[in-house]
Design a protein around this ligand. Structure first.
Ligand code: NAP
Length: 318
């Protein structure tokens, strides 16, 4: 039986990836931070008892080495991160420290314990930031515009560098935004659906949002974690853009959700305080490499994803 270790198993992607790997008969070890009691995602998917949860401070390499010696996984999926762009402007140093040093620590721990372990790093489309040419491909110019993106660039090139100078198997998934019912309430799509439902139930008066004329390439998280798994099943490690290939404006998303739940557009309030200091106007990617080399398929429009998410939110609304 293959063993996979997932950091950030309590997050959106961690939970869906754990579910996928269990279906593929892996033993799954989920690393959580000391104070974590956030098992809602794993409980929601009904898999909390099927994975082995291990506490680990990813800033402490000796703890990681101990865990690798004890469990000797075949694959490590590194999904733990301070993942909010918005938060990263409030906590730039903490975001950079954790999102980069944790990656160094895990890779060095692999180097010390067992170089045959395959490593996946969660890189991000935010790395491209100030976009010059669309669509984004694996060789587009990197120009981060937030502390989060800067941390992801540093982590990404740490991975690329170790891959180039050693025989270690290190692949980076450069994922564009992907959503699900398990997304945190502070992320745009989840916030829009959850709060619009609250408005329709008279629990809230309006939806306050920042700049909604931005466009993003959004996808469906349970499909995107399939690409993570596929990346570690290849003969050679590499980097892959994972995206839908199309962008949609935040305004279009809000109006679609409002229409579905019979809410007037007047209840969408633009709040300048929610604007970010810098932001990307429009971004979408090209997923041809992943489709060709990984045989990863993706055929959802984002309106189809929104239909799934709205229905799931209504079903589970408390
Ligand atoms: P998420 O839901 O925010 O989950 C983040 C995970 O990281 C949680 O398990 C969280 O643990 C853990 N974490 C955060 N800070 C930590 C710390 N200091 N020590 C240990 N664990 C910590 O993120 P996601 O959406 O699943 O994303 C997974 C990865 O993909 C992240 O690296 C993210 O940056 C990257 N990514 C995401 C997207 C996207 O659209 N979702 C796109 C591109 C890249 P707690 O539960 O204890 O807080």
């Amino acid at each position: 039986m293959k063993k996979a270790l997932i950091t950030g198993v309590t997050g959106q992607d961690g939970a869906y990836l754990a579910e996928l790997l269990l279906k593929k008969n892996y033993k799954v070890i989920g690393l959580v931070r000391g104070q974590s009691n956030n098992f809602k995602g794993l409980e929601y998917l009904g898999i909390q008892k099927e994975i082995e949860v291990v506490e680990c401070d990813l800033m402490d390499i000796s703890q990681i080495i101990q865990i690798l010696k004890l469990h000797n996984p075949n694959e490590i999926y590194n999904l733990a991160a301070q993942s909010s762009v918005y938060q990263s402007f409030n906590q730039p140093i903490g975001t950079f420290q954790f999102n980069t040093l944790s990656v160094f620590n895990i890779i060095e721990a692999i180097k010390i314990t067992n170089r045959d372990i395959k490593f996946y790093q969660a890189s991000s489309s935010e790395m491209f930031g100030r976009v010059e040419n669309l669509p984004i491909t694996e060789s587009s110019i990197i120009h981060p515009v937030s502390p989060y993106a800067i941390s992801k660039v540093a982590a990404h090139y740490t991975c690329v560098n170790y891959r180039e100078i050693s025989d270690m198997y290190i692949s980076c998934g450069i994922l564009f935004n992907h959503e699900s019912y398990l997304r945190g309430n502070n992320f745009f799509v989840k916030k829009v659906i959850h709060e619009t439902l609250e408005i329709s139930l008279k629990k809230k008066k309006n939806l306050r949002v920042g700049n909604i004329d931005l466009k993003r390439d959004f996808g469906y998280a349970p499909k995107y974690v399939e690409a993570m798994y596929l990346m570690l099943q290849q003969e050679k490690a590499s980097d892959y853009i994972i995206c839908s290939g199309q962008s949609i404006s935040l305004r279009e998303i809000i109006y679609y959700v409002f229409e579905k739940l019979n809410i007037s557009k007047d209840l969408c309030i633009i709040d300048i305080d929610l604007y970010r200091p810098t932001d990307i106007e429009d971004i979408y990617g090209n997923n041809e490499k992943a489709k060709k080399e990984l045989s990863w398929d993706y055929n959802y429009t984002f309106f189809e994803v929104l239909d799934i998410l709205i229905e799931e939110e209504i079903r589970n609304f408390k």
